[in-house]
Design a protein around this ligand. Structure first.
Ligand SMILES: [Zn+2]
Ligand SMILES: [Zn+2]
Length: 1021
């Protein structure tokens, strides 16, 4: 007895049931045990930031990871299953700040760094737990007890080693440079943090006069959208080879920027160079001693502004570069929080935005303002907190990318990317990457192990925790973990003898994630340390070991990684940078990457727009299998539209497969069928085809998994389900009614195989069905059964039936176009092309309800050719009339290439208009290779049969509505008007399982239950 299936699957309930069953039966543990010692498949998980619950987009990557891990495990591979959490750096800090209601670095410092670190750690622990629950609900099998946490001391220790290597190679330097700065977060941003982080913002647009010294009445006019930078002005730049003019109002402009003005004087820009002017805020203490002058700059744009650019080297990257060339003073007006320093007079303590008004008022008062307006432009904002960025001069720690660039490109050339064009994207990023800005002026992050010495000028980079202990001059007893504030209390001894303190900066979080192929695998670790990774802040959160180096040799590089495309400039990059630096090779052999998740209407998801769907909501409402199916079906190089509409559509499609299984279970139970390894009798042609078709499915799915290409998985599965349901089951229905064991076995075999190969995609539904279908001696979970080996296939047979299905599809289309319903039998069908289908003419006849099927040229097709007059008129001149008449009479010959020969002329395809249509009395459909035509004329015999089929359909609907069982027999009463149908009484009886059919004085057909037969047929299907 197979456990019966309900009419419809309750995905949510069955997923919960399977989850509980997997746990209770330790299915995952048993799978790992079974595969221990098998061939290794090394997957390296990119860490998810443990800072929030999962969003729907996280389910995408996690689905792909789980699908391929499950597949490899089914193939017998041993896997590590280590999940990773990203735990420190600005994301977590900003999250903790919000939770605590802190809004500046000062407030964090007042709160206390030790307390703040504890809050960050609590936050990580909390969200790691939530993410774990959500991932498990999604069906993700990972070693959840042994996750890696990037804030562990071990992880930090490994990054220190990497930084020391960089220092030894001379790549590490402290860059005094202009950087984009978030005043709220109080830190600079690196190049990879800036991409795509822009907003349309409105800023002031000011035209300001700089009076020239010694030239009474003459002023330079500059344009700026950042009024706050004017107090730090030190120079004005002109384009040396551009033409500048003095207006009659005494203003210097680039001529090109003032086309309607009358100029009293015109000079080349170089003639203005060296002139001195009065700065706009000369009275500020900060401006004391600054001589403002005009400098040359080839890059001055003449497409906006005045052609004269205000230069404030402390407030812009290009300005800063110019200050080096022209030896300009660098005034830095704002501090880390974006507020003005003390020597900026009335602006002191105010933010860049707050001074906009006062700057304008002051310029106005002194007659320096030419014009004030506003401008909307694309402006960079902080990707974490959306605060508009400003430029500051900062000393950031940088790793030079120059020497590593080519080796990284070489390493990337060894990587197989899916989709493959992303390889080039990675190359582009590598070619253009700047030096890596690794420092952040923050608190809860990787402590940079840099110890500069004022006495001897050397920089000591501590390369490990062991080295720190060795060199420490104190503070070790309070060093609970490698985080601030504790690490800052450990001074070390310089080689020169001086006592050194650590720099205050922490590191870029991508160092944390990039090191994991080393830290989690025990690179250069002399021995295996149990729980050796669960150190520092990670102690108590995980049981992860620190393996030894021999183990690492077996698992590095990763066979496969998968993250979203954005990670090209983030994790794929940082991991590659660190791996190429330390080992000279790529940390991964293959990458699967994917685009962005949008809402179902194609808009980005935003909580504030009300269209965001988080993972919890999606899992509770859609269920894991449908979500996974949706992600797998999607072509990863395109953005995915995610929502309830697409999910409902998938649920509807999955119902076809469900119905096939249910159909089998119901009939197998009626027949008392027990599955065995081999068919219980001789296979019929259709059974043999189904077996071949099943082999084909296994092969196609296996290929798709091997190629990391999930859309092909779904295509193969869908097409198989269609063949199974709409061909095999439909064509074999009568055999199932009769309890044919060979048909039952064939169907059972096909269903079991389909469940097996789709299991990685829909693990819950697959195991649910497997448990109902499996033979008594088979594994209790589909994930403990071996992957089916694809065997040689009879391609000829597959081809034949594929052609048959094509003919039937076209035949249905032809009937549909002629508005003839399928229940109406027709006389004759002609098929042109589809030669391999010829052996199946009987099946085609039955499927399409036609009496005769013929293979040969379709003469029912009429080809009409008309002249393309605009072209042919001029070409043929007075012969056009005769040609047209010949075409109309059908007196032409068609030529290869689409042209025709007519009246001695050869006309090209573009010179004629060809129309193909069925002749009178025929319906027709064609694709590129096959044409199917069917006669549409009806005679009395056909009409009568059509009515019989209508009646059968109607009676079976009545059975269904009455809730009759598959085997119930009925008695039928028909109105007298139906008496002529009784010519086919035996046919009707068989189709509706009737014992008796009579006519009486009823107005509509009636049915009545007559008792049941244990081995009956199923008129309901
Ligand atoms: Zn920020
Ligand atoms: Zn020293």
């Amino acid at each position: 007895m197979f456990e019966p299936l309900p009419q419809y699957p309750d995905h949510l309930a069955l997923e919960e049931e399977i989850l509980a069953w997997w746990d209770a039966e330790h299915v995952f543990d048993r799978l790992r045990e079974r595969n221990r010692g098998g061939p290794r498949f090394s997957f390296m998980d990119g860490p998810i930031t443990a800072n929030n619950p999962m969003g729907a987009h996280h389910c995408w990557g996690r689905t792909l990871k789980d699908v391929f891990q499950r597949y490899k495990a089914l193939q017998g591979h041993e896997l590590r299953y280590q999940n990773g959490f990203d735990c420190q750096g600005l994301w977590v800090e900003v999250g903790a700040e919000r939770e605590l209601g802190l809004n500046s670095k000062r407030e964090i410092e007042e709160y206390g760094l030790a307390e703040f670190a504890e809050r960050c750690k609590e936050r990580v622990a909390k969200y790691a737990e939530i993410i774990t629950l959500q991932s498990r609900r999604l069906g993700m099998w990972m070693d959840w007890e042994n996750d890696y946490y990037t804030f562990s001391d071990t992880n930090i220790d490994y990054i220190w080693r990497f930084l020391k290597v960089c220092h030894e190679r001379g790549w590490l330097y402290k860059g005094h440079r202009s950087v984009e700065w978030c005043p709220r977060c109080g830190t600079s941003l690196s190049q990879h943090e800036l991409i795509n982080s822009y907003a349309e913002l409105t800023h002031p647009s000011l035209y300001v006069r700089f009076p020239l010294k010694g030239r009474a009445g003459e002023s330079l006019v500059v344009w700026t959208t950042t009024p706050w930078t004017l107090p730090a002005n030190v120079a004005a730049a002109v384009k040396p080879d551009a033409e500048y003019g003095l207006t009659d109002g005494g203003e210097w402009w680039a001529v090109e920027r003032k086309p309607v003005a009358t100029f009293t004087k015109r000079v080349r820009g170089e003639e203005l160079v060296g002139l001195e002017y009065d700065g706009p805020f000369d009275s500020l203490p900060a401006q004391a001693g600054v001589v403002h002058r005009v400098i040359p700059w080839d890059d001055v744009a003449l497409t906006e502004g005045t052609g004269i650019v205000h230069i404030a080297p402390g407030c812009g990257a290009e300005d800063f570069e110019l200050s080096r060339v022209h030896d300009l003073p660098v005034l830095m007006p704002i501090n880390e929080a974006g507020n003005f320093y003390k020597d900026y007079g009335e602006f002191e303590g105010r933010s860049t935005q707050d001074v906009e008004g006062p700057v304008v008022v002051e310029l106005e008062r002194r007659g320096l303002l030419v014009e004030a307006g506003s401008i909307v432009h694309r402006y960079p904002i902080c990707w974490r907190c959306s605060t508009p960025l400003v430029f500051r001069i900062a000393d950031d720690w940088m790793i030079s990318a120059q020497e590593i660039r080519q080796p990284m490109l070489d390493a990337n050339a060894t990587v197989k990317w899916t989709p493959d064009f992303y390889s080039k994207r990675m190359d582009d990023w590598l070619r253009n990457m700047g030096d890596w800005n690794i420092s952040r002026r923050r608190y809860f992050g990787l402590p940079l192990p840099f110890y500069p010495c004022d006495s001897c000028g050397q920089l000591t980079v501590v390369g490990s925790l062991a080295e720190l202990r060795e060199r420490a001059t104190g503070g070790l007893d309070q060093l609970q973990e490698l985080h601030r504030p504790w690490i800052d209390e450990v001074p070390i001894r310089c080689n020169c003898g001086a006592e050194l303190r650590r720099v205050p900066e922490v590191g870029d979080a991508w160092l944390d994630a990039g090191i994991v192929p080393f830290s989690t695998l025990g690179w250069q670790s002399p021995e295996w340390q149990e729980h050796g990774y669960a150190t520092g802040a990670a102690a108590g959160l995980t049981g992860a070991d620190l393996p030894d180096h021999a183990y690492r040799e077996q698992w590095y590089p990763a066979d496969w990684v998968s993250e979203m495309r954005e990670q090209i400039r983030l994790w794929f990059y940082s991991q590659c940078f660190m791996s190429v630096t330390l080992t000279g090779k790529s940390p991964y052999r293959a990458v699967l990457t994917y685009e962005k998740l949008l809402d179902e209407h194609g808009r980005e998801m935003h909580r504030s727009w009300g269209n965001a769907i988080d993972a919890a909501e999606a899992l509770e409402n859609i269920g894991a299998d449908v979500i996974r199916f949706m992600f797998c079906e999607h072509v990863p190089s395109q953005n995915l539209k995610f929502g309830y509409g697409p999910a409902a559509e998938i649920r509807r499609r999955l119902l076809t497969f469900w119905n096939s299984v249910k159909f089998f279970v119901d009939y197998a139970n009626v027949a008392g069928f027990r599955p065995g390894a081999d068919a219980p009798g001789e296979l019929q042609a259709l059974d043999r085809w189904l077996l071949e078709r099943t082999e084909q499915l296994v092969a196609e799915m296996t290929d798709a998994y091997e190629g990391y290409w999930t859309p092909a998985l779904i295509r193969a599965f869908d097409s198989f389900v269609d063949d199974l349901s709409n061909w095999y089951i439909r064509r074999s229905r009568r055999r199932f009614w009769n309890g044919d064991e060979v048909a039952l076995w064939s169907l059972w075999h096909a269903l079991v195989r389909a469940v097996q190969v789709v299991a990685p995609v829909m693990p819950f539904l697959a195991d649910f069905l497997w448990r109902r279908l499996r033979a008594a001696d088979a594994a209790d979970s589909v994930f403990l059964a071996a992957w089916p080996e694809p065997s040689a296939r009879d391609e000829g047979l597959l081809q034949e039936v594929a052609e048959v299905r094509r003919v039937v599809e076209l035949g249905r289309q032809a009937r549909g176009d002629a508005s003839i319903k399928l229940r109406q039998p027709l006389r004759r069908l002609v098929v042109q092309g589809a030669g391999p289908a010829q052996r199946h003419a009987d099946e085609i006849a039955e499927e399409l309800r036609v009496k005769e099927v013929e293979f040969g040229p379709v003469e029912a097709l009429e080809v009409r050719v008309k002249p393309n007059l605009p072209l042919l008129g001029p070409k043929l001149g007075k012969e056009l009339g005769a040609v047209r008449a010949a075409l109309e009479a059908g007196d032409f010959e068609q030529l290869a290439g689409g042209g025709v020969r007519v009246n001695g002329h050869e006309l090209g395809a573009e010179e004629v208009l060809i129309e193909r249509r069925p002749r009178e009395g025929w319906a027709l459909a064609e694709d590129e290779a096959v044409t199917v035509a069917v006669t549409t004329e009806l005679d009395d015999e056909l009409r009568l049969e059509g009515r019989v089929l209508d009646l059968i359909h109607r009676l079976n609907s009545m059975r269904k509505d009455a809730g009759l069982a598959l085997t119930d027999r009925i008695r039928v009463t028909l109105p007298a008007s139906h008496a002529d149908l009784l010519q086919h009484v035996e046919w009707i009886k068989e189709e509706v399982l009737a014992t008796e059919i009579a006519t009486d004085s009823v107005s509509e057909p009636e049915i009545e239950l007559q008792g049941s037969d244990p081995k009956g047929s199923d008129p309901q299907q």
